[in-house]
Design a protein around this ligand. Structure first.
Ligand SMILES: C[S@@+](CC[C@H](N)C(=O)[O-])C[C@H]1O[C@@H](n2cnc3c(N)ncnc32)[C@H](O)[C@@H]1O
Length: 253
């Protein structure tokens, strides 16, 4: 599959984990509050790597000129804009999020991309019909959903058979000592950076907390399979602090 080299196949014995316990309205209020600083914080905390990670997610979709795609939990629209450039002006990209403030920034920044539309919507009940899209993506959004498997199932529902579902998420490196060090550093740095740049230390404590309970790359692949996706594969990026997962929507039975 284009864009995912060095794929690993999900281990069937991995047990999928359920979802984010923080209530949806609290998650949305938190993202509304950090929207003005979100992009700056992203670049700062990833040392600018986030752009390359989103490009890897775009490439994993296999989208072509004229295709239709949906970016779920789109935030300020950075991945949606990359998809829009890929499908071109005769394609279509729908960018969906629950945070009005994040959507407002996306609409403002990417107003020149005529093929890109932003709308309010819940990842767990997307306002689109079955099989409308060639691909669905979610970048750093899955961790926020109350039910990860239901999130994948809903993305699969709106994608045509043979189309792709792609997830870009923070992950934990495979090497345990490094993973522990990385996690400890993230736990300390995120709130400090949040306090300095976004003036929201609390919100940036949520980030490492949400990573605590998040599935490993193997478990996430198992969750995609449980949601009915096939050919599930993933690729770790930047020493495994991030992973891109890709699955295919099977023929409807
Ligand atoms: C960490 S941001 C990621 C934004 C963007 N995808 C990116 O790559 O930067 C997570 C986004 O998920 C959105 N979100 C959280 N729960 C959601 C849900 N149930 N439905 C839709 N969007 C949701 C938040 O509002 C927020 O904009």
């Amino acid at each position: 599959m284009r864009g995912i080299r060095g794929d690993r196949v999900a281990h069937p014995a991995e047990t999928p984990k359920a979802g984010n316990p923080v209530p949806e309205p609290d998650v949305t209020a938190m993202f509304d509050s950090i929207a003005p600083a979100y992009d700056r914080m992203n670049s700062l905390m990833t040392l600018g790597r986030d752009a390359a990670w989103r490009r890897a997610a775009r490439d994993a979709t296999g989208l072509r000129t004229g295709d239709a795609a949906i970016d779920v939990a789109c935030g300020t629209g950075k991945l949606a804009a990359l998809l829009a450039e890929k499908v071109g002006p005769f394609g279509r990209v729908e960018a969906v999020d629950l945070s009005g403030e994040m959507l407002a920034r996306g609409r403002r920044v990417f107003r020149d991309l005529v093929q890109l539309h932003f709308s309010a919507g819940n990842a767990l009940a997307l306002p689109f019909g079955d099989g409308e899209f060639d691909a669905a993506t979610i970048a750093f959004g899955l961790r926020n959903l109350a039910d990860y498997e239901a999130g994948f199932r809903e993305m699969a529902r709106v994608v045509r058979p043979g189309g792709t579902v792609v997830c870009l998420e923070l992950s934990l490196p495979r090497w345990r000592t490094y993973a522990r060090l990385y996690h400890a550093a993230f736990r300390r740095v995120a709130p400090v950076a949040g306090a300095l740049v976004a003036r929201r230390a609390g919100a940036y404590r949520y980030l490492p907390d949400s990573l605590d309970a998040f599935p490993s790359a193997e478990q996430l692949a198992a969750t995609m399979r449980a949601a009915g996706l096939t050919d599930v594969a993933y690729r770790r990026l930047t020493t495994g602090v991030v992973a891109v997962h890709r699955g295919r929507v099977p023929p409807r039975g």
